[in-house]
Design a protein around this ligand. Structure first.
Ligand code: ADP
Length: 498
Protein backbone atom coordinates (compact mmCIF):
# COMPACT_ATOMS: atom_id res chain seq x y z
CA UNK A 1 0.00 0.00 0.00
CA UNK A 2 1.36 3.38 -0.91
CA UNK A 3 -0.62 5.93 1.11
CA UNK A 4 0.07 9.62 0.91
CA UNK A 5 0.27 11.21 4.38
CA UNK A 6 1.35 14.66 3.27
CA UNK A 7 -2.14 16.12 3.50
CA UNK A 8 -2.39 15.13 7.18
CA UNK A 9 0.81 17.06 8.00
CA UNK A 10 -0.55 20.06 6.14
CA UNK A 11 -3.25 20.51 8.81
CA UNK A 12 -2.85 24.29 9.42
CA UNK A 13 -3.54 24.72 13.13
CA UNK A 14 -2.00 27.37 15.39
CA UNK A 15 1.00 25.79 17.06
CA UNK A 16 0.22 27.23 20.49
CA UNK A 17 -3.57 27.48 20.78
CA UNK A 18 -4.03 24.56 18.39
CA UNK A 19 -6.99 26.46 16.84
CA UNK A 20 -8.00 26.08 13.20
CA UNK A 21 -7.80 29.47 11.45
CA UNK A 22 -11.30 29.25 9.94
CA UNK A 23 -14.84 28.04 10.46
CA UNK A 24 -13.45 24.57 11.07
CA UNK A 25 -12.63 25.71 14.65
CA UNK A 26 -16.32 26.08 15.47
CA UNK A 27 -17.07 22.75 13.85
CA UNK A 28 -14.24 21.11 15.76
CA UNK A 29 -15.51 22.43 19.11
CA UNK A 30 -18.98 21.07 18.42
CA UNK A 31 -17.41 17.75 17.34
CA UNK A 32 -15.16 17.67 20.43
CA UNK A 33 -18.07 18.40 22.74
CA UNK A 34 -20.20 15.68 21.12
CA UNK A 35 -17.41 13.16 21.61
CA UNK A 36 -16.54 14.21 25.16
CA UNK A 37 -19.54 15.11 27.20
CA UNK A 38 -20.33 11.59 28.52
CA UNK A 39 -16.68 11.18 29.49
CA UNK A 40 -16.81 14.62 31.12
CA UNK A 41 -19.75 13.62 33.31
CA UNK A 42 -18.12 10.37 34.37
CA UNK A 43 -14.80 12.10 35.09
CA UNK A 44 -16.48 14.76 37.26
CA UNK A 45 -18.31 12.14 39.31
CA UNK A 46 -15.09 10.19 39.72
CA UNK A 47 -13.06 13.25 40.68
CA UNK A 48 -15.79 14.25 43.19
CA UNK A 49 -15.77 10.73 44.65
CA UNK A 50 -11.98 10.72 44.94
CA UNK A 51 -12.06 14.16 46.53
CA UNK A 52 -14.54 12.74 49.05
CA UNK A 53 -12.71 9.45 49.68
CA UNK A 54 -9.45 11.28 50.35
CA UNK A 55 -11.20 12.87 53.37
CA UNK A 56 -10.29 9.67 55.18
CA UNK A 57 -6.65 10.73 54.93
CA UNK A 58 -7.57 14.04 56.63
CA UNK A 59 -8.98 11.99 59.44
CA UNK A 60 -5.68 10.06 59.67
CA UNK A 61 -3.22 12.88 59.02
CA UNK A 62 -4.78 16.31 59.63
CA UNK A 63 -5.47 16.11 63.32
CA UNK A 64 -6.91 19.40 64.57
CA UNK A 65 -7.42 20.63 60.92
CA UNK A 66 -9.58 17.69 59.92
CA UNK A 67 -12.84 19.58 60.27
CA UNK A 68 -11.60 22.53 58.25
CA UNK A 69 -10.34 20.22 55.52
CA UNK A 70 -13.69 18.37 55.45
CA UNK A 71 -15.47 21.69 55.14
CA UNK A 72 -13.28 22.55 52.17
CA UNK A 73 -13.97 19.13 50.62
CA UNK A 74 -17.66 18.70 51.33
CA UNK A 75 -18.94 22.27 51.35
CA UNK A 76 -16.85 23.87 48.64
CA UNK A 77 -15.09 21.60 46.17
CA UNK A 78 -17.45 18.61 45.93
CA UNK A 79 -20.58 20.81 45.55
CA UNK A 80 -18.80 22.73 42.79
CA UNK A 81 -17.93 19.46 41.02
CA UNK A 82 -21.49 18.17 41.36
CA UNK A 83 -22.85 21.48 40.16
CA UNK A 84 -20.80 21.05 37.00
CA UNK A 85 -22.11 17.49 36.68
CA UNK A 86 -25.71 18.69 36.88
CA UNK A 87 -25.15 21.66 34.61
CA UNK A 88 -23.88 19.19 32.02
CA UNK A 89 -27.49 18.13 31.48
CA UNK A 90 -28.45 21.63 30.36
CA UNK A 91 -28.67 22.41 26.68
CA UNK A 92 -26.53 25.52 27.06
CA UNK A 93 -23.72 23.49 28.70
CA UNK A 94 -21.79 23.24 25.46
CA UNK A 95 -21.33 27.03 25.34
CA UNK A 96 -19.41 27.29 28.62
CA UNK A 97 -18.39 23.77 29.57
CA UNK A 98 -14.63 24.41 29.10
CA UNK A 99 -14.75 27.59 31.24
CA UNK A 100 -16.75 25.74 33.89
CA UNK A 101 -14.23 22.91 34.01
CA UNK A 102 -11.40 25.43 34.12
CA UNK A 103 -12.98 27.18 37.11
CA UNK A 104 -13.81 23.99 38.96
CA UNK A 105 -10.23 22.82 38.38
CA UNK A 106 -8.96 25.99 40.06
CA UNK A 107 -11.42 25.57 42.93
CA UNK A 108 -10.27 21.97 43.49
CA UNK A 109 -6.63 23.05 43.20
CA UNK A 110 -7.16 25.91 45.67
CA UNK A 111 -8.67 23.45 48.17
CA UNK A 112 -5.56 21.26 47.98
CA UNK A 113 -3.20 24.30 48.03
CA UNK A 114 -4.80 25.49 51.32
CA UNK A 115 -4.29 21.99 52.75
CA UNK A 116 -0.64 21.91 51.60
CA UNK A 117 0.07 25.33 53.09
CA UNK A 118 -1.55 24.36 56.40
CA UNK A 119 0.29 21.00 56.54
CA UNK A 120 3.46 21.68 54.46
CA UNK A 121 5.34 18.60 55.60
CA UNK A 122 2.60 16.15 54.79
CA UNK A 123 3.48 14.61 51.42
CA UNK A 124 -0.10 13.29 51.18
CA UNK A 125 -1.35 16.74 50.19
CA UNK A 126 1.39 17.51 47.68
CA UNK A 127 0.60 14.15 46.11
CA UNK A 128 -3.01 15.26 45.99
CA UNK A 129 -1.85 18.31 44.03
CA UNK A 130 -0.20 15.97 41.49
CA UNK A 131 -3.51 14.18 41.08
CA UNK A 132 -5.19 17.51 40.38
CA UNK A 133 -2.64 18.22 37.61
CA UNK A 134 -3.13 14.74 36.27
CA UNK A 135 -6.93 15.07 36.21
CA UNK A 136 -6.72 18.52 34.58
CA UNK A 137 -4.45 17.45 31.76
CA UNK A 138 -5.69 14.03 30.79
CA UNK A 139 -8.91 13.21 32.59
CA UNK A 140 -11.59 15.86 32.58
CA UNK A 141 -11.39 16.72 28.83
CA UNK A 142 -10.16 20.25 29.41
CA UNK A 143 -8.48 21.41 26.23
CA UNK A 144 -4.71 21.89 26.14
CA UNK A 145 -4.53 25.69 26.47
CA UNK A 146 -7.01 26.04 29.39
CA UNK A 147 -5.55 23.00 31.16
CA UNK A 148 -2.06 24.52 30.89
CA UNK A 149 -3.19 27.90 32.18
CA UNK A 150 -5.04 26.24 35.07
CA UNK A 151 -1.95 24.12 35.86
CA UNK A 152 0.48 27.04 35.92
CA UNK A 153 -1.97 29.31 37.79
CA UNK A 154 -2.18 26.54 40.44
CA UNK A 155 1.61 26.37 40.76
CA UNK A 156 1.78 30.15 40.93
CA UNK A 157 -0.99 30.31 43.57
CA UNK A 158 0.80 27.66 45.62
CA UNK A 159 3.97 29.70 45.65
CA UNK A 160 2.22 33.00 46.47
CA UNK A 161 0.18 31.49 49.29
CA UNK A 162 3.08 29.44 50.70
CA UNK A 163 5.41 32.42 50.73
CA UNK A 164 2.93 34.90 52.16
CA UNK A 165 0.53 33.09 54.39
CA UNK A 166 2.17 29.99 55.78
CA UNK A 167 4.91 28.71 57.88
CA UNK A 168 6.54 26.90 55.07
CA UNK A 169 10.21 26.28 54.67
CA UNK A 170 11.82 27.31 51.41
CA UNK A 171 13.23 23.87 50.85
CA UNK A 172 9.73 22.37 51.05
CA UNK A 173 8.41 24.93 48.59
CA UNK A 174 11.34 24.26 46.26
CA UNK A 175 10.92 20.49 46.50
CA UNK A 176 7.22 20.76 45.73
CA UNK A 177 7.91 23.16 42.83
CA UNK A 178 10.23 20.60 41.28
CA UNK A 179 7.44 18.04 41.28
CA UNK A 180 4.70 20.48 40.34
CA UNK A 181 6.64 22.00 37.43
CA UNK A 182 7.63 18.49 36.26
CA UNK A 183 4.04 17.27 36.46
CA UNK A 184 2.83 20.33 34.55
CA UNK A 185 5.39 19.94 31.78
CA UNK A 186 4.53 16.24 31.32
CA UNK A 187 0.80 17.07 31.53
CA UNK A 188 1.12 19.82 28.93
CA UNK A 189 2.98 17.52 26.62
CA UNK A 190 0.32 14.81 27.00
CA UNK A 191 -2.58 17.27 26.58
CA UNK A 192 -0.91 18.86 23.57
CA UNK A 193 -0.50 15.53 21.83
CA UNK A 194 -3.98 14.37 22.77
CA UNK A 195 -5.55 17.52 21.35
CA UNK A 196 -3.46 17.45 18.18
CA UNK A 197 -4.56 13.83 17.79
CA UNK A 198 -8.22 14.79 18.29
CA UNK A 199 -7.95 17.62 15.82
CA UNK A 200 -6.26 15.40 13.27
CA UNK A 201 -9.08 12.91 13.63
CA UNK A 202 -11.56 15.67 13.04
CA UNK A 203 -9.56 17.02 10.12
CA UNK A 204 -9.54 13.59 8.47
CA UNK A 205 -13.20 13.16 9.26
CA UNK A 206 -14.17 16.36 7.42
CA UNK A 207 -11.82 15.52 4.59
CA UNK A 208 -13.47 12.13 4.17
CA UNK A 209 -16.89 13.81 4.34
CA UNK A 210 -15.79 16.31 1.67
CA UNK A 211 -14.41 13.51 -0.49
CA UNK A 212 -17.66 11.60 -0.07
CA UNK A 213 -19.55 14.66 -1.17
CA UNK A 214 -17.24 15.02 -4.17
CA UNK A 215 -17.73 11.37 -5.04
CA UNK A 216 -21.49 11.75 -4.70
CA UNK A 217 -21.36 14.78 -6.98
CA UNK A 218 -19.17 12.97 -9.49
CA UNK A 219 -21.51 9.97 -9.35
CA UNK A 220 -24.50 12.18 -9.99
CA UNK A 221 -22.70 13.86 -12.86
CA UNK A 222 -21.69 10.47 -14.15
CA UNK A 223 -25.29 9.32 -14.08
CA UNK A 224 -26.30 12.45 -15.94
CA UNK A 225 -23.52 11.98 -18.47
CA UNK A 226 -24.44 8.33 -18.92
CA UNK A 227 -28.07 9.38 -19.35
CA UNK A 228 -27.11 11.99 -21.92
CA UNK A 229 -24.84 9.59 -23.75
CA UNK A 230 -27.53 6.92 -23.74
CA UNK A 231 -30.01 9.37 -25.21
CA UNK A 232 -27.46 10.43 -27.82
CA UNK A 233 -26.75 6.80 -28.59
CA UNK A 234 -30.44 6.06 -28.97
CA UNK A 235 -30.79 9.04 -31.28
CA UNK A 236 -27.85 7.90 -33.39
CA UNK A 237 -29.32 4.42 -33.42
CA UNK A 238 -32.63 5.74 -34.70
CA UNK A 239 -30.83 7.82 -37.32
CA UNK A 240 -28.91 4.74 -38.33
CA UNK A 241 -32.12 2.74 -38.54
CA UNK A 242 -33.67 5.45 -40.69
CA UNK A 243 -30.56 5.58 -42.83
CA UNK A 244 -30.65 1.79 -43.26
CA UNK A 245 -34.36 1.99 -44.14
CA UNK A 246 -33.61 4.79 -46.60
CA UNK A 247 -30.81 2.75 -48.15
CA UNK A 248 -33.10 -0.26 -48.44
CA UNK A 249 -35.64 1.90 -50.27
CA UNK A 250 -32.89 3.28 -52.52
CA UNK A 251 -31.64 -0.25 -53.11
CA UNK A 252 -35.13 -1.40 -54.02
CA UNK A 253 -35.53 1.61 -56.31
CA UNK A 254 -32.21 0.77 -57.88
CA UNK A 255 -33.25 -2.85 -58.40
CA UNK A 256 -36.51 -1.62 -59.96
CA UNK A 257 -34.60 0.85 -62.14
CA UNK A 258 -32.19 -1.90 -63.15
CA UNK A 259 -35.09 -4.22 -63.99
CA UNK A 260 -36.70 -1.41 -65.93
CA UNK A 261 -33.48 -0.68 -67.79
CA UNK A 262 -33.04 -4.36 -68.58
CA UNK A 263 -36.67 -4.64 -69.68
CA UNK A 264 -36.36 -1.53 -71.80
CA UNK A 265 -33.21 -2.99 -73.29
CA UNK A 266 -35.07 -6.21 -74.09
CA UNK A 267 -38.00 -4.22 -75.50
CA UNK A 268 -35.65 -2.19 -77.64
CA UNK A 269 -34.06 -5.33 -79.08
CA UNK A 270 -37.50 -6.83 -79.66
CA UNK A 271 -38.64 -3.56 -81.22
CA UNK A 272 -35.67 -3.50 -83.57
CA UNK A 273 -36.22 -7.13 -84.58
CA UNK A 274 -39.92 -6.52 -85.15
CA UNK A 275 -39.28 -3.30 -86.98
CA UNK A 276 -36.82 -4.81 -89.41
CA UNK A 277 -39.30 -7.62 -90.00
CA UNK A 278 -42.18 -5.19 -90.45
CA UNK A 279 -40.21 -3.00 -92.84
CA UNK A 280 -38.84 -5.91 -94.80
CA UNK A 281 -42.30 -7.36 -95.55
CA UNK A 282 -43.70 -4.33 -97.49
CA UNK A 283 -40.25 -3.66 -98.98
CA UNK A 284 -40.16 -7.20 -100.35
CA UNK A 285 -43.63 -6.61 -101.74
CA UNK A 286 -42.57 -3.37 -103.42
CA UNK A 287 -39.31 -4.71 -104.88
CA UNK A 288 -40.82 -8.08 -105.79
CA UNK A 289 -43.76 -6.61 -107.67
CA UNK A 290 -41.62 -3.84 -109.20
CA UNK A 291 -39.49 -6.61 -110.72
CA UNK A 292 -42.63 -8.35 -111.95
CA UNK A 293 -43.88 -5.17 -113.69
CA UNK A 294 -41.82 -5.90 -116.81
CA UNK A 295 -43.21 -9.37 -117.03
CA UNK A 296 -46.89 -8.39 -116.79
CA UNK A 297 -48.80 -10.09 -119.48
CA UNK A 298 -51.57 -7.53 -119.83
CA UNK A 299 -52.72 -4.17 -118.54
CA UNK A 300 -54.94 -5.72 -115.94
CA UNK A 301 -52.07 -7.61 -114.41
CA UNK A 302 -49.90 -4.51 -114.64
CA UNK A 303 -52.49 -2.46 -112.76
CA UNK A 304 -52.80 -5.18 -110.14
CA UNK A 305 -49.02 -5.12 -109.59
CA UNK A 306 -49.02 -1.32 -109.43
CA UNK A 307 -51.86 -1.45 -106.85
CA UNK A 308 -49.88 -3.88 -104.74
CA UNK A 309 -46.80 -1.68 -104.95
CA UNK A 310 -48.82 1.43 -103.97
CA UNK A 311 -50.50 -0.43 -101.10
CA UNK A 312 -47.18 -1.68 -99.75
CA UNK A 313 -45.72 1.80 -100.18
CA UNK A 314 -48.61 3.28 -98.19
CA UNK A 315 -48.16 0.66 -95.52
CA UNK A 316 -44.44 1.38 -95.37
CA UNK A 317 -45.13 5.10 -95.10
CA UNK A 318 -47.64 4.53 -92.29
CA UNK A 319 -45.17 2.30 -90.51
CA UNK A 320 -42.40 4.83 -90.82
CA UNK A 321 -44.70 7.64 -89.63
CA UNK A 322 -45.72 5.59 -86.61
CA UNK A 323 -42.12 4.72 -85.82
CA UNK A 324 -41.12 8.35 -86.11
CA UNK A 325 -43.97 9.31 -83.77
CA UNK A 326 -42.90 6.68 -81.25
CA UNK A 327 -39.26 7.78 -81.45
CA UNK A 328 -40.29 11.37 -80.91
CA UNK A 329 -42.30 10.40 -77.85
CA UNK A 330 -39.41 8.42 -76.45
CA UNK A 331 -36.89 11.17 -77.16
CA UNK A 332 -39.20 13.53 -75.27
CA UNK A 333 -39.38 16.01 -78.15
CA UNK A 334 -43.08 15.56 -78.76
CA UNK A 335 -44.90 18.24 -76.77
CA UNK A 336 -48.52 18.75 -76.05
CA UNK A 337 -49.85 21.97 -77.52
CA UNK A 338 -53.18 22.93 -76.05
CA UNK A 339 -55.53 25.19 -77.96
CA UNK A 340 -59.16 26.16 -77.88
CA UNK A 341 -61.22 24.60 -80.65
CA UNK A 342 -64.70 23.39 -81.51
CA UNK A 343 -64.93 19.70 -80.73
CA UNK A 344 -67.99 19.14 -82.90
CA UNK A 345 -66.18 20.50 -85.95
CA UNK A 346 -63.38 17.98 -85.24
CA UNK A 347 -65.81 15.05 -84.97
CA UNK A 348 -67.48 16.26 -88.15
CA UNK A 349 -64.13 16.41 -89.94
CA UNK A 350 -63.37 12.86 -88.87
CA UNK A 351 -66.85 11.68 -89.75
CA UNK A 352 -66.46 13.09 -93.24
CA UNK A 353 -63.05 11.49 -93.58
CA UNK A 354 -64.35 8.03 -92.73
CA UNK A 355 -67.67 8.34 -94.55
CA UNK A 356 -65.69 7.93 -97.73
CA UNK A 357 -63.31 5.33 -96.27
CA UNK A 358 -63.01 2.30 -98.51
CA UNK A 359 -63.63 -0.08 -95.57
CA UNK A 360 -66.89 1.66 -94.70
CA UNK A 361 -68.03 1.81 -98.29
CA UNK A 362 -66.98 -1.68 -99.34
CA UNK A 363 -68.43 -3.38 -96.26
CA UNK A 364 -71.43 -1.11 -96.27
CA UNK A 365 -70.97 -0.25 -92.58
CA UNK A 366 -73.44 1.93 -90.74
CA UNK A 367 -71.19 4.74 -89.59
CA UNK A 368 -72.58 7.19 -87.01
CA UNK A 369 -71.33 9.87 -84.68
CA UNK A 370 -72.87 11.02 -81.46
CA UNK A 371 -71.87 14.48 -80.19
CA UNK A 372 -72.41 15.18 -76.51
CA UNK A 373 -72.63 18.98 -76.89
CA UNK A 374 -74.34 21.34 -79.26
CA UNK A 375 -72.18 22.90 -81.95
CA UNK A 376 -72.28 26.33 -80.24
CA UNK A 377 -71.17 24.99 -76.90
CA UNK A 378 -68.58 22.42 -77.83
CA UNK A 379 -65.45 24.52 -77.42
CA UNK A 380 -62.73 22.84 -75.40
CA UNK A 381 -59.03 23.36 -74.73
CA UNK A 382 -56.67 20.46 -75.43
CA UNK A 383 -54.18 19.32 -78.07
CA UNK A 384 -56.37 19.09 -81.20
CA UNK A 385 -53.78 17.39 -83.42
CA UNK A 386 -53.16 14.57 -80.94
CA UNK A 387 -56.85 14.12 -80.21
CA UNK A 388 -57.51 13.86 -83.95
CA UNK A 389 -54.75 11.33 -84.37
CA UNK A 390 -56.10 9.24 -81.46
CA UNK A 391 -59.61 9.25 -82.94
CA UNK A 392 -58.38 8.39 -86.40
CA UNK A 393 -56.33 5.48 -84.99
CA UNK A 394 -59.24 4.05 -83.04
CA UNK A 395 -61.92 4.56 -85.74
CA UNK A 396 -59.54 3.23 -88.37
CA UNK A 397 -59.14 0.04 -86.29
CA UNK A 398 -62.90 -0.21 -85.78
CA UNK A 399 -63.71 -0.04 -89.49
CA UNK A 400 -60.76 -2.24 -90.31
CA UNK A 401 -61.74 -5.05 -87.93
CA UNK A 402 -65.50 -4.92 -88.58
CA UNK A 403 -66.76 -6.98 -91.48
CA UNK A 404 -70.42 -6.08 -91.19
CA UNK A 405 -72.70 -4.00 -89.02
CA UNK A 406 -71.88 -0.64 -87.59
CA UNK A 407 -69.23 1.63 -86.20
CA UNK A 408 -70.30 4.39 -83.86
CA UNK A 409 -68.28 7.04 -82.10
CA UNK A 410 -69.26 9.77 -79.71
CA UNK A 411 -68.43 11.69 -76.58
CA UNK A 412 -69.77 13.36 -73.49
CA UNK A 413 -68.18 15.86 -71.11
CA UNK A 414 -68.62 15.43 -67.37
CA UNK A 415 -66.79 17.70 -64.89
CA UNK A 416 -64.06 18.89 -67.28
CA UNK A 417 -63.48 15.36 -68.44
CA UNK A 418 -63.93 14.29 -72.01
CA UNK A 419 -65.20 10.70 -72.32
CA UNK A 420 -64.93 9.29 -75.85
CA UNK A 421 -66.08 5.92 -77.09
CA UNK A 422 -65.69 4.04 -80.40
CA UNK A 423 -67.99 1.09 -80.69
CA UNK A 424 -68.01 -1.53 -83.42
CA UNK A 425 -69.69 -4.84 -84.21
CA UNK A 426 -66.45 -6.35 -85.40
CA UNK A 427 -64.44 -9.45 -84.76
CA UNK A 428 -63.74 -8.62 -81.14
CA UNK A 429 -60.67 -9.46 -79.10
CA UNK A 430 -60.09 -12.43 -76.83
CA UNK A 431 -60.13 -11.46 -73.16
CA UNK A 432 -56.64 -12.71 -72.34
CA UNK A 433 -55.25 -10.69 -75.24
CA UNK A 434 -56.97 -7.48 -74.23
CA UNK A 435 -54.38 -6.59 -71.61
CA UNK A 436 -51.52 -6.76 -74.16
CA UNK A 437 -53.44 -4.82 -76.75
CA UNK A 438 -51.63 -1.56 -76.15
CA UNK A 439 -48.13 -2.99 -76.49
CA UNK A 440 -46.05 -2.36 -79.62
CA UNK A 441 -46.41 -4.63 -82.65
CA UNK A 442 -49.34 -6.29 -80.95
CA UNK A 443 -50.87 -7.23 -84.21
CA UNK A 444 -48.10 -9.75 -84.74
CA UNK A 445 -49.09 -11.75 -81.66
CA UNK A 446 -52.86 -11.68 -82.06
CA UNK A 447 -53.70 -14.90 -83.83
CA UNK A 448 -57.35 -14.17 -84.50
CA UNK A 449 -56.60 -10.98 -86.42
CA UNK A 450 -56.54 -11.53 -90.13
CA UNK A 451 -53.45 -9.87 -91.55
CA UNK A 452 -54.84 -6.43 -92.27
CA UNK A 453 -52.85 -3.46 -93.41
CA UNK A 454 -51.66 -2.25 -90.05
CA UNK A 455 -48.45 -1.60 -88.19
CA UNK A 456 -49.33 -2.94 -84.75
CA UNK A 457 -48.17 0.40 -83.34
CA UNK A 458 -51.41 2.43 -83.49
CA UNK A 459 -52.75 1.46 -80.05
CA UNK A 460 -49.32 1.83 -78.41
CA UNK A 461 -49.03 5.35 -79.81
CA UNK A 462 -52.62 6.16 -78.82
CA UNK A 463 -52.06 5.05 -75.23
CA UNK A 464 -48.82 7.03 -74.97
CA UNK A 465 -50.50 10.20 -76.31
CA UNK A 466 -53.32 9.85 -73.82
CA UNK A 467 -50.86 9.32 -70.99
CA UNK A 468 -48.98 12.46 -71.97
CA UNK A 469 -52.22 14.42 -71.95
CA UNK A 470 -53.24 13.04 -68.54
CA UNK A 471 -55.84 10.62 -69.89
CA UNK A 472 -56.32 6.87 -70.02
CA UNK A 473 -57.84 4.24 -72.31
CA UNK A 474 -59.58 0.92 -71.85
CA UNK A 475 -61.31 -1.67 -73.99
CA UNK A 476 -64.39 -3.86 -73.57
CA UNK A 477 -64.70 -6.52 -76.19
CA UNK A 478 -66.44 -9.82 -76.91
CA UNK A 479 -65.08 -12.14 -79.51
CA UNK A 480 -67.19 -12.10 -82.70
CA UNK A 481 -69.61 -9.56 -81.17
CA UNK A 482 -67.68 -6.34 -81.14
CA UNK A 483 -65.44 -3.96 -79.24
CA UNK A 484 -65.79 -0.66 -77.48
CA UNK A 485 -62.70 1.42 -76.93
CA UNK A 486 -63.24 4.30 -74.50
CA UNK A 487 -60.84 6.93 -73.29
CA UNK A 488 -60.91 9.71 -70.75
CA UNK A 489 -59.16 13.03 -71.17
CA UNK A 490 -59.11 15.99 -68.80
CA UNK A 491 -59.92 19.13 -70.78
CA UNK A 492 -60.45 22.78 -70.04
CA UNK A 493 -63.69 24.44 -71.02
CA UNK A 494 -63.13 28.06 -72.12
CA UNK A 495 -65.49 30.51 -70.40
CA UNK A 496 -66.54 32.15 -73.66
CA UNK A 497 -67.91 29.65 -76.13
CA UNK A 498 -67.33 31.33 -79.49
P1 ADP B 1 -52.77 -2.21 -86.27
O1 ADP B 1 -52.00 -1.21 -87.02
O2 ADP B 1 -52.37 -3.60 -86.54
O3 ADP B 1 -54.20 -1.99 -86.26
P2 ADP B 1 -53.00 -1.40 -83.57
O4 ADP B 1 -51.97 -1.17 -82.49
O5 ADP B 1 -53.84 -0.29 -83.92
O6 ADP B 1 -52.23 -2.02 -84.79
O7 ADP B 1 -53.87 -2.64 -83.08
C1 ADP B 1 -53.27 -3.76 -82.55
C2 ADP B 1 -54.13 -4.95 -82.72
O8 ADP B 1 -55.30 -4.87 -81.93
C3 ADP B 1 -54.69 -5.11 -84.07
O9 ADP B 1 -53.78 -5.78 -84.93
C4 ADP B 1 -55.90 -5.96 -83.82
O10 ADP B 1 -55.55 -7.32 -83.70
C5 ADP B 1 -56.38 -5.48 -82.51
N1 ADP B 1 -57.47 -4.49 -82.63
C6 ADP B 1 -57.36 -3.16 -82.56
N2 ADP B 1 -58.58 -2.57 -82.66
C7 ADP B 1 -59.47 -3.57 -82.83
C8 ADP B 1 -60.89 -3.62 -83.00
N3 ADP B 1 -61.65 -2.51 -83.03
N4 ADP B 1 -61.50 -4.83 -83.13
C9 ADP B 1 -60.74 -5.94 -83.07
N5 ADP B 1 -59.40 -5.99 -82.90
C10 ADP B 1 -58.77 -4.80 -82.80
Amino acid sequence: MNLEFAHIKRMDINKLTLNFPDEREKMFRAYYFENSHTATRISFILVALLYGIFSYLDYVMAGEHTVLFWKIRFFVVIPVLFAVFFLSFLKSFKHYWQELMFSSYLVAAMGIIIMIVILPNDFVYSNGMLLIFFAGYVFIKLRFLLASIAGWVSVFMYNIISLNYGNVEYTTILTNDFFFVGANLIGMFAAYNAEVFDRRNFYLYIQVAQKNKDIEFINKNLEKTVDRRTKLLNMRNEELHNEVARRIVIEQDLILAKDKAEQSDRLKSAFLTNMSHEIRTPMNGIIGFANLLREAENDEELNEFIDIIIKNGDHLLNLINDIIDLSKIEAGILHIQNQSFNLNSLTKEIFTLFASNHNVLEKNLVFTKNDGLTDDHSYIITDRTRLKQILINLINNAVKYTEAGSVEFGYEIINDQLNFYIKDTGIGIEEKQQEHLFERFMQVTLNNTPKKEGTGLGLAITKTYLKMMGGSIKVRSTLNVGSTFSFKLPVEIPEKQE
